[in-house]
Ligand binder design. Structure first.
Ligand SMILES: [Zn+2]
Ligand SMILES: [Zn+2]
Length: 282
């Protein structure tokens, strides 16, 4: 029991350290070989706002949810709840299955964030970033994080997830999101990489201001979900993609206060107008 506990603590420690190490690595990669050139002053200011946001988000979410993942997963294990607890599989197979199921859920959750107006109000703050780099990977509104944590807590007893499954998947998410948001390119390798994983070229399209492009490439770790659901999209001239949202381009929406205020603004943007047109058409 003690060794199990210390393994979980070790994983939690890795979950806290790995994103910082990755951030530093991708920051250096961007400094040496940026895909889109950027003025240094703008880059630092942009990163400062996004990183201030993630620090405050982490403190707030930590206070709000504390050890809820561990407690819920221990409860579902003790009461033999959940799909994975019914399967006669070894722990490695269960971990693999848990990662696949969690990634499929993350695809559905991301799709819901674009198509359910209340969720989009919060998620649009991630998309209002006019300059995308590694710090954009952590630019999420606390409202969206509260909703996603609550849904994930609900998934634990349904799927029979264990705390360490969620921590390992969390580490994979950091690795994938920081890589595909970074202002970098892996050139021709991207074509092969995106057969299985979400690549930087794929996710750049998701941050385009063109609604058809914003509403594509929802996957987080494995790209297969977009291919299965028919939402996979690629284009050439990636350097010409205009990032952000038309209505939230002004500098006031890029500050910490502006980002917090984004969900509560009455402004509608192209994405919402498109949703409204689609529902009137159908
Ligand atoms: Zn999105
Ligand atoms: Zn993104």
């Amino acid at each position: 029991m003690l060794s199990e506990l210390s393994e979980l603590q070790m994983l939690s420690l890795m979950h806290s350290i790995i994103p910082i190490v990755l951030l530093a690595l991708f920051w250096c990669w961007e400094s040496g070989a940026a895909f889109k050139p950027v003025v240094k002053k703008i880059r630092y200011r942009h990163a400062f706002h996004n990183l201030a946001l993630v620090i405050l988000n982490s403190l707030f979410l930590g206070l709000l949810f504390g050890a809820s993942v561990e407690l819920t997963s221990q409860w579902s294990l003790d009461h033999h709840w959940g799909f994975l607890n019914l399967l006669p599989l070894g722990s490695a197979s269960k971990l693999l299955l848990a990662i696949i199921l969690l990634d499929a859920w993350t695809y559905c959750w991301h799709w819901m964030n674009h198509h359910i107006p209340l969720f989009w109000r919060f998620h649009r703050m991630h998309h209002s970033d006019t300059y995308m780099d590694v710090s954009t990977a952590t630019r999420f509104h606390w409202g969206e994080l509260i909703f996603s944590t609550l849904f994930r807590l609900l998934l634990i007893p349904i799927l029979g997830l264990q705390a360490w499954h969620i921590i390992v998947y969390g580490i994979l998410i950091f690795l994938s999101t920081q890589f595909h948001h970074a202002n970098i390119s892996i050139g021709r390798v991207d074509r092969f990489f995106r057969w299985l994983f979400v690549s930087p070229d794929m996710h750049k399209i998701h941050h385009s201001q063109i609604p058809e492009e914003t509403n594509s490439n929802y996957s987080t770790v494995f790209s297969i979900w977009d291919r299965l659901a028919g939402t996979f999209r690629m284009r050439g001239d990636l350097k010409n993609i205009h990032f952000g949202l038309n209505e939230f381009e002004q500098p006031e929406w890029q500050t910490l206060i502006g980002m917090w205020k984004t969900p509560f603004s009455s402004k509608t943007n192209q994405q919402e107008n498109k949703e409204q047109t689609d529902s009137t058409d159908s």
